[in-house]
Design a protein around this ligand. Structure first.
Ligand code: MLT
Ligand code: ZN
Length: 470
């Protein structure tokens, strides 16, 4: 079939509002969040139902057209920026955005893939429950993308990754087969748990169209504090201290370099409310049991006595708590405004974070004179965004190679929560054994024998596009 015949048929399935072929209108979908790379596609296709997704995939596969599913386009790993010359469509899930049901007693939520994370969270709050996935990008990130990337965020230390919130999934395979598993069961050991295959697969095995998510009780008390600490080792010791004192009430434990907060001040005018120090931590604890704040104050007093913390502020109101979080959540946008950077999303065993930070900084400074550092992230689960602000004309590749080699040497991961996308494919090959890569390749072949689902993302394929400058 000709290209125009194919697009005509797709248009018949999704309607005029569901098909974008105008280059200018397609651009925001095809360009990554940082605006560095733009992909190609015959069209942006915006279905409104699972049946439409299925019909589109059927004719795409019959015509040899690749399909790149997309959520909120906030993934940062170029998972939906396809620059291959082979024909493809970008499948935007944004019009499938309904919250179909919320079960307060069963603590589950049935939601479509294109629902924005924040909207899903608000729907849970409306019945006195919480969906405790928290990302800086939650105002744009969509549930389908969050699942496809197995996103993490700031609450992983207590609530786990996206996969820990998924009870049931509906997916559409490359040939259009709808696989329905929208079950709201907490316990279900019937056969292979196939839904897990699609979580973190970045749209390379099929399209996530809907999910049943697990909700949590809404805690009555929340305490948020920001502390200055003299070193990353002190931050780690402080983590152990608050875990001893406050147990699993700790929901978030974030590490912020002073340089990160300085960027936020420069670009957004938000000032840190505590003394400058090499590092800061942002801690959030939650509980429905009374006495959380008192216990938190005892923990902080011990932190000061032992010299682990030098200065600190405990939020006195919800507004103050939100202001502390705003400092953290603006770091990525401040970095973006500062200029080009080499982004990293690495994890190492939690107790190795201080050693990693020291070694990474020394190694990058040695190879890239003039590099500046913006390391921040989720110390509570060993995931640091060791981002490097690059001097003029310097590409990300060198910094990426140095940091990834170190991470692999330290038994870590080059992708803790953003995914591999097209940005970290080479690093994936270095950190997974031939047996593991063989298993991944076998699964890909089984579910997508023609290689049409997001080709070039995660695993390289003959249709892979060129490497990225980052
Ligand atoms: C974050 O934790 O804010 C993000 O994952 C974003 C980033 O790496 O810049
Ligand atoms: Zn992060």
């Amino acid at each position: 079939m000709s290209e125009s015949g194919f697009l005509h048929d797709v248009g018949k399935i999704v309607g005029a509002n569901g098909l974008i072929v105008d280059k200018q209108q397609m651009r925001p979908y095809l360009t990554d969040w940082r605006g560095l790379e733009t992909g190609t596609a015959l069209a942006v296709v915006r279905p409104t139902t699972t049946e439409q997704v299925s019909e589109v995939l059927k004719i795409a596969s019959a015509n040899g057209v690749a399909v790149v599913p997309q959520g909120g386009n906030t993934g940062l790993a170029y998972a939906t920026v396809n620059q291959s010359a082979s024909p493809s469509i970008l499948l935007s899930m944004s019009r499938m955005n309904a919250v179909r049901a919320v079960d307060r007693v069963g603590m589950t939520m049935h939601v479509e893939a294109g629902c924005v994370l924040l909207a899903a969270k608000q729907a849970a709050l409306a019945v006195g429950r919480q969906l405790p996935i928290s990302l800086a990008s939650e105002g744009s990130a969509q549930i389908g993308g969050v699942i496809a990337a197995n996103a993490g965020g700031v609450n992983v230390v207590r609530h786990g990754m996206a996969r820990d919130h998924v009870l049931g999934l509906e997916v559409v395979l490359a040939d259009g087969t709808v696989v329905g598993g929208l079950r709201a069961l907490r316990k279900d050991n019937a056969g292979y748990n196939w839904s897990q295959w699609f979580i973190g697969a970045e749209g390379t095995l099929g399209v996530v169209t809907a999910a049943i998510l697990r909700l949590s009780p809404l805690p009555r008390h929340t305490v948020v504090a920001m502390m200055s600490v003299p070193s990353s080792q002190a931050a780690l010791d402080l983590l152990a201290l608050v875990q001893d004192e406050l147990g699993d009430t700790i929901v978030a434990f974030e590490l912020l370099a002073d340089a990160s907060l300085a960027l936020v001040e420069t670009h957004f005018g938000l000032k840190r409310p505590i003394a400058a120090a090499p590092w800061h931590v942002l801690i959030e604890a939650q509980s429905s049991v009374n006495g959380l704040r008192e216990a938190f104050e005892v923990a902080l007093a011990k932190a000061f006595e032992s010299g682990l913390a030098q200065d600190g502020v405990l939020a006195e109101s919800e507004t103050q708590a939100l202001n502390l979080w705003a400092l953290r959540e603006h770091i990525t946008e401040a970095e973006q405004r500062e200029g080009p950077s080499a982004k990293h999303d690495v994890s190492v065993p939690i107790s190795s974070v201080p050693a990693f930070l020291e070694r990474a900084q020394a190694a990058v400074a040695r190879e890239i004179p003039g590099a500046r550092f913006n390391p921040f992230g989720h110390l509570g689960d060993g995931n640091i965004h060791f981002n490097v602000l690059l001097p003029q004309g310097q590409l990300a590749k060198t910094a990426n190679e140095i940091v990834h080699a170190l991470v692999i040497d330290m038994g870590g991961s080059v992708s803790a929560e953003h995914g591999i996308g097209r940005y970290r494919r080479d690093a994936l090959r270095q950190m997974r054994s031939p047996a593991e890569l063989g298993l991944m390749g076998g699964l890909k072949k089984l579910l997508d024998p023609l290689g049409q689902m997001n080709p070039g993302a995660v695993l390289s394929s003959p249709q892979s596009d060129a490497g990225r400058r980052g």
